[in-house]
Design a protein around this ligand. Structure first.
Ligand code: AMP
Length: 215
């Protein structure tokens, strides 16, 4: 059983690595962004608020996120291991997770520089149904059939927040709010940094750690 956290700037490949890891290690993928995108389809004040925050690249209030995560982690399917993609994103969220007394085995910090992440935004398209992520500008990430998800056959979409303007705010939010949690997990001796590698190189490094070759 492995419980894993992925920390990375926007568009650094958290979703892609999560999908590869889930297939290889039979883990549950918990993408907070995907859970929020389901919530914002519903009518009401909360969905208006979520839309506003997400489309502008700001974080959603910790209280809402913590509620969503608590419910999701209580689900029985998490017992065999999970990947947290996009959580925690603030020190307060990390502290709350700590209080839940759930063992976190590995935290991978996928460190991609700002320019690379920004360039990836341009070609990124994702599956609204299963959350798979593709990139029309990166050879190894192009879908087999144009605009169709390899995994579930749904039509791929460009996310509202995947544009250069919103990227700037998402990146600044990441630096100010999320980067401090890197030290939080460093101090717990569970953090492994992977710097500026391609999709498959990153996946290989993660596998080495999970298989016990490094560490
Ligand atoms: P993502 O799909 O991970 O890129 O997340 C998309 C958007 O959802 C972010 O820009 C935030 O507005 C919101 N979001 C996702 N995860 C969190 C979180 N842990 N805390 C606060 N807001 C979040």
């Amino acid at each position: 059983m492995k419980n894993i956290i992925l920390i990375a700037p926007p568009a650094a490949g958290k979703g892609t690595q999560s999908n590869l890891l889930c297939e290889k290690y039979n883990l549950v993928h918990i993408s907070v962004g995907d859970l929020l995108r389901i919530e914002l389809q519903k009518d009401g004040e909360i969905s208006q608020y979520l839309k506003q925050q997400m489309e502008s690249g700001n974080l959603v209030k910790d209280e809402i996120i913590i509620e969503i995560i608590k419910n999701r982690l209580n689900n029985v399917d998490c017992k065999n291991g999970f990947i947290l993609d996009g959580f925690p994103r603030t020190i307060r969220q990390a502290e709350m997770l700590d209080k839940m007394n759930i063992i976190i085995n590995n935290v991978f910090y996928i460190n991609v520089d700002k320019e690379t992440a920004k360039n990836r935004i341009v070609g990124r398209i994702s599956c609204p149904k299963c959350g798979s992520v593709y990139n029309t500008e990166i050879e190894e990430s192009i879908p087999k059939v144009s605009n169709v998800c390899d995994r579930c056959g749904s039509l791929l979409q460009k996310r509202e927040d995947d544009n250069e303007l919103v990227f700037e705010n998402r990146y600044n939010t990441y630096v100010n709010e999320t980067q401090p949690i890197i030290d939080f997990y460093k101090n717990k001796n569970v953090l492994c940094e992977i710097k500026n590698l391609s999709k498959m190189e990153t996946f290989n490094e993660i596998q080495k750690v999970l298989n016990g070759d490094l560490w």
